[in-house]
Design a protein around this ligand. Structure first.
Ligand code: ADP
Length: 363
C-alpha cells in the first residue's frame, strides 16, 4: 500500500464554543511521516483540535494547512483524512471484510481494486483470517485493528486516532501500543493521536504537544519535555516532579542561587543563558534525589539536605520516600535491590541533589 506523507500545520488557530474559548492561538507543525501525540488532561481541548483537523469542528480564526495548502473551508470527506474513533464505530451487521471495503465501495472503486486493497489492509493488521467474522465476534483489540484497516485502506494523507488505546484493558494496551507503532512505521503515514496518558504518549510518539486549558504548552520529544520542561504544568504533567516555589537570586560571588521557601539557598549549576532573577519554581525528578543515612559522608558535588522520612512506599522496582525537609516535603525514588534495607517512617536521612539536574521554571 502506498502512503502519502503529508505535513500538517496549525497557524494561530482559535476556537470558542459560544463565549468559551476552547483552543487559543494554536501554532503547531507536524512533519511528514511523524507519529505525533496531542497530550493533555481531560477538557484541555485535545479532541476539539483533532476534530478540527478532521473537519468536524470549525475554527473561528487561523489557518489549517496540509502540505502548505489551507484546508479550513474544505468539508471533512474532501480532506483525505482518515479518523479512527474511540469506540471504533464499526458496522455491527457487516463482516470484517465489508467493514473494511465500505469506503472503497462508496468511492466506486473497481471490484478488483477493492479485493486487492482490502486483502492487503487486513493482511497488514494481521486479520486476514477474520474476514468473514462480524465485529461482535472479535476482541476489543481485533475490533480496533478492523477500524484501523478500514481507515488506512482509503490511503488517507493523514491518520487521526482519538484515544486509540483507552478502550482496551491494561495488558492489551501495551501490546496494541507496540502494534500501532509498528504499523505506523511500516506505513510511514503522518499520524496524530490524542491521549491523556503521558506514558502512552512517551512510549509511542516521535514528538508530542502538551495542551492545557486550550493553550499549547510545549512541543517536543518525550525526553526533551521530560528533561527540559518550559513551565510548571509540563514539568508536573510529563513524569513526576518535585516543584519548589521560591526565588532565583545572584549571590555576591556571582553564584546563582535558588532560595526555596522554607529552605536555605541552593547553589545551582551555571546556566547557559542569562537567567531571569526573581520568583521562580525549581523542578527536580524524584529519582534524581538520592537518600542516605545522615552519618554517611556525602559526595561533595551534590547538594545535601537534612530531613526526616514521612512515609515510604515499596513499589518493587523502587521505593518512593516522602521526606520532610524544613517546611517542605520532597519525593525521593530509590531503585530497590534485595538485601538493601529500606528507610522507615520517622528515620532521619540526608537527601542528595545533583545541581545539574535542577530546572528553574519562571512560568
Ligand atoms: P479533551 O479532549 O482534552 O478532553 P475536549 O476537546 O473534549 O477536551 O473539550 C475541551 C473543552 O471544550 C471542554 O471544556 C469541553 O467541555 C468543551 N466542549 C467540548 N465540546 C463542546 C461543545 N460541543 N459545546 C460546548 N463546549 C464543548
Amino acid at each position: 500500500m502506498s502512503m502519502n506523507k503529508a505535513s500538517l500545520e496549525c497557524r494561530h488557530i482559535s476556537l470558542s464554543y459560544g463565549s468559551t474559548p476552547v483552543l487559543r492561538d494554536i501554532n503547531l507543525k507536524i512533519e511528514p511521516g511523524e507519529f505525533f501525540a496531542l497530550l493533555g488532561p481531560s477538557g484541555s481541548g485535545k479532541s476539539t483540535l483533532l476534530r478540527l483537523i478532521a473537519g468536524f469542528n470549525q475554527h473561528q480564526s487561523g489557518e489549517l494547512l496540509i502540505d502548505g495548502q489551507d484546508i479550513s473551508g474544505v468539508p471533512p470527506h474532501a480532506r483525505h483524512i482518515g479518523m479512527v474513533f474511540q469506540n471504533y464505530a464499526l458496522w455491527p451487521h457487516m463482516t470484517v471484510w465489508d467493514n473494511v471495503a465500505f469506503g472503497l465501495v462508496e468511492r466506486r472503486e473497481s471490484r478488483d481494486a477493492i479485493r486487492r486493497k482490502v486483502g492487503a489492509a487486513l493482511e497488514l493488521v494481521g486479520l486476514a483470517d477474520y474476514a468473514k467474522r462480524r465485529p461482535g465476534q472479535l476482541s476489543g483489540g481485533q475490533q480496533q485493528r478492523v477500524a484501523l484497516a478500514r481507515t488506512i485502506v482509503i490511503e488517507p494523507k493523514l491518520l487521526l486516532l482519538d484515544e486509540p488505546l483507552s478502550n482496551l484493558d491494561k495488558n492489551l494496551r501495551v501490546q496494541m501500543r507496540d502494534e500501532l507503532k509498528n504499523l505506523q512505521r511500516t506505513l510511514g503515514l503522518t499520524t496524530i493521536f490524542v491521549t491523556h496518558d503521558q506514558e502512552e504518549a512517551m512510549t509511542t510518539a516521535d514528538r508530542m504537544a502538551v495542551l492545557d486549558q486550550g493553550v499549547l504548552q510545549q512541543v517536543g520529544t518525550a525526553a526533551g519535555l521530560y528533561d527540559y520542561p518550559d513551565n510548571r504544568f509540563v514539568a508536573g504533567f510529563v513524569g513526576t516532579a518535585n516543584l519548589l516555589e521560591g526565588e532565583l537570586k545572584m549571590a555576591p560571588d556571582g553564584a546563582l542561587q535558588f532560595h526555596a521557601r522554607g529552605l536555605g539557598p541552593l547553589t545551582l549549576a551555571r546556566p547557559d543563558a542569562a537567567p531571569t532573577l526573581g520568583a521562580a519554581t525549581l523542578a527536580l525528578r524524584p529519582h534524581q534525589v538520592s537518600i542516605a543515612d545522615p552519618q554517611q559522608a556525602g559526595d561533595a558535588a551534590r547538594l545535601w539536605l537534612d530531613g526526616q522520612v514521612e512515609s515510604a512506599e515499596f513499589l518493587g522496582e523502587f521505593s518512593r520516600y516522602r521526606v520532610r525537609v524544613g517546611e517542605l516535603a520532597l519525593l525521593s525514588d530509590q531503585p530497590h535491590y534485595a538485601g538493601v534495607p529500606l528507610f522507615s517512617a520517622g528515620a532521619p536521612v540526608r537527601l542528595g541533589i545533583d545541581p545539574r539536574q535542577l530546572r528553574v521554571l519562571t512560568s
